[in-house]
Design a protein around this ligand. Structure first.
Ligand SMILES: [Zn+2]
Length: 126
């Protein structure tokens, strides 16, 4: 197993350990494990992380554009249906998958997981 580039495997939606297996079986549904190296994807839980970043970087500016368009030109409703809505979908949907892949690769690389209570070394059973 070679050390895979975080950006390379994440944006290509590949297994963060081997870089060969696919992460998703649908659009953003995670496979249970890598078909190439058997890595269990149970560790992967990016939760709302990708959605949050897409919302902050893509959805808000496009929504602001739609509001500006409405306030500046007062167009009929169909203008928003044929311009603002497709623009919003084009800005947000294509980046969901690679961003989720990047988050999962980052979780794997940084061994990120849920927080646990630390147990002092002196109280551990020996
Ligand atoms: Zn793999």
């Amino acid at each position: 197993m070679t050390d895979q580039s975080l950006l390379s495997v994440g944006l290509r939606c590949r297994c963060p350990r081997c870089g060969e297996g696919h992460l998703f079986k649908g659009f953003i549904t995670l496979k249970p494990e890598c078909e190439a190296c058997g890595l269990d994807y149970g560790f992967a839980d990016p939760a709302d992380g990708p959605a949050f970043f897409i919302m902050m970087t893509m959805a808000f500016p496009v929504t602001a554009f739609g509001i500006w368009l409405e306030l500046a030109y007062d167009p009929p409703f169909w203008v928003h249906v044929v311009l603002t809505l497709p623009l919003l979908l084009l800005a947000c949907v294509p980046v969901i998958r690679p961003l989720k892949g990047l988050f999962i690769a980052s979780q794997y690389r940084n061994k990120a997981g849920e927080g646990r209570l630390a147990v002092p070394a002196s109280s551990r059973a020996s």
